[in-house]
Design a protein around this ligand. Sequence first.
Ligand SMILES: Cc1ncc(COP(=O)(O)O)c(C=O)c1O
Length: 381
Amino acid sequence: MRFDTRCVRGGIAPCPTTGAIVPPIYQTATYVLEEVGRTKGYDYTRSSNPTRATLEAALAAVEGGRHGACFSSGLSAVDAVLRTLDAGDHVVSSDDVYGGVSRLFNTILKRHGLSFTYVDSSRAALVAEAIRPNTKLVWIETPTNPLLKVSDIAALAEIAHARGIPLAVDSTFATPALLRPLEWGADIAMHSTTKYLSGHNQIIGGCVVTNESAFQEKMRYQQKAIGAVPSPFDCWLVIGGLKTLSLRMARHSANGLAVARFLESHPRVARVTYPGLESHPGHAVARRQMSAYSGMITFELVGGLEAGRKLMNSVRLCSLAESLGAVETMITHPATMTHVDVPAAERQARGLTDSLVRLSVGIEDPEDIVADLRQALERAG
Ligand SMILES: Cc1ncc(COP(=O)(O)O)c(C=O)c1O
């Protein structure tokens, strides 16, 4: 099956009992055994559930991997991957990661004996230099949240594998419609399904996709042993979202490029970052690795923080909200919203300035999005 077909049909079969074309929601906590020791494949929903199993098969199909495992949030999916490590292990991570990921690494996992070195993973040599004898995982985001740095997955996979280390990619911003990390050599692809994969701002969820059966067994064990699993209803909503993923990502990407070009040409905008612009330092890698550039843009205004604040308070169509990857255009101030728990000094060192504005371009008519930004830019001046 080609990609667009996999989005609609992958991992999904008609209900064997009724023929329902939409998979049923198995909203059940437990399952009646046929006799002691004999189940129909399910015993308790923390361990497994038919609606979740359908979503996991669908996610594996669209990501081009053999196995999928779902979690109750993107962060719990990250946590599940990291919990496969032992105290004393070291991780090399992209320096620009979602603020909740750095919070998890720095305030919780460090206390449990893991150590982290953060590097700009768009420079592969820095990743190679950061690897230590006890490094057990390379963790990257591409494009990163919020600075949209682009890393070369094939180059990083080669570096990691030469030292016997797995490479995990948080591919939330790209989605399998635009980039499939496993095809470029990564061992683990992770997503916040809260974002583009479900696409409609209705659920919080996460997933991990891999080709490796032994790693998948560890994910299954985490689901059972820790219990950070999504509800059947939430799984069902993601199944519905996945069917239009390819269409939505084409529109998000087309709108993203149109809005980025508008911002780039506006005199009140000092700097625009979008991997689809020729001015982006990672554009060549993005062009090779991705089929389009998604809907995430960051920019700074000529008047800095104050102008950015006025802009965010003046938008009418764009929603001032802390998320991304849904059909509605959302505008965010990373320094006070998504990345507020990254210490100020670290934010500055990363280049995540207080005046940075993040835009998640939705699938509305691009002229309406541009018109809203134009009027807000006028007020911000
Ligand atoms: C790149 C990235 N990874 C992980 C997460 C965490 O996902 P969730 O909010 O579903 O826990 C986010 C959330 O914004 C994100 O942007």
